[in-house]
Design a protein around this ligand. Structure first.
Ligand code: SF4
Ligand code: FES
Length: 231
């Protein structure tokens, strides 16, 4: 076991094992820091920036930064919450997210963060991008309109040799995450289910499984995002 170290989040004394990523160390101390691209058990890459905190005056992603002895972390400040809310708004306007028509509504982490930060209407203009829906797999629908490029599916869904079934395609404005043409053929019903659960939004949906869990009984319908962190 690594040594226990002390640090502070927003002035609150905390303890965690040395080397624990801040976001996880915060959780262990009953403090919620929002995440989107981060996923337990998968090496963090810091793609979405929603977990940004300030350490010694510098903005850093808390999912990729380990705690160190005596670290003083600012998280729940007006400026940082404003930054996080802006990221949520930018993700909404850069895709086509129509929550009432999405199977992931109520289980969607982006939607839940919209509620968490009391987003009404995004302050940025909508892009209304022209994006496709790929239903060629026998098991999943990949809706590019909702993909937030978090890479969770790429990191988490792999074949038995550890090769990712999802991959990036194209570049720049045309960059998208797709089911890999060759490795994607190894998709199974179990992996399809895991991919849907790995996706924080409704970009990966299992075919023929619409609205099995009724609206009103979904993860964030009664418990706001982050509420399971409070001790
Ligand atoms: S499909 Fe879902 S999990 Fe994969 S990159 Fe897009 S938003 Fe993330
Ligand atoms: S959750 Fe930390 S960068 Fe996405």
């Amino acid at each position: 076991m690594s040594e226990l170290i002390k640090f502070k989040i927003d002035g609150t004394e905390c303890m965690a094992e040395s080397g624990t990523y801040i976001v996880e160390a915060a959780r262990q101390n009953g403090i919620y820091i929002p995440t989107l691209c981060n996923m337990p058990g998968v090496k963090p890459k810091g793609a979405c920036r929603i977990c940004t905190v300030r350490i010694n005056g510098r903005l850093m992603t808390s999912c990729t930064t380990p705690v160190t002895m005596g670290m003083e972390i600012e998280s729940n400040t007006e400026q940082i919450n404003e930054l996080r809310k802006s990221i949520v708004e930018l993700l909404f306007v850069s895709g086509n997210h129509f929550c009432p028509a999405c199977e992931k509504s109520g289980n969607c982490e982006l939607q839940a963060l919209g509620y968490y930060y009391q987003m009404m209407v995004p302050r940025f203009p909508y892009d209304f991008p022209q994006k496709g829906v790929d239903a060629s797999s026998p098991y999943i629908i990949k809706d590019q309109n909702r993909c937030i490029m978090c890479k969770r599916c790429i990191k988490a869904i792999r074949d038995d040799q550890g090769r990712p079934l999802f991959a990036f395609r194209n570049r720049g404005n045309h960059l998208e995450v797709v089911l890999d043409e060759d490795l994607g053929k190894q998709m199974t019903p179990e992996l399809a289910e895991a991919a849907m659960n790995a996706c924080p939004v409704g970009s990966i949906l299992v075919k023929e499984k619409g609205f099995v869990q009724p609206i009103g009984q979904r993860k964030f319908d009664h418990k706001p995002i982050g509420s399971d962190v409070a001790v």
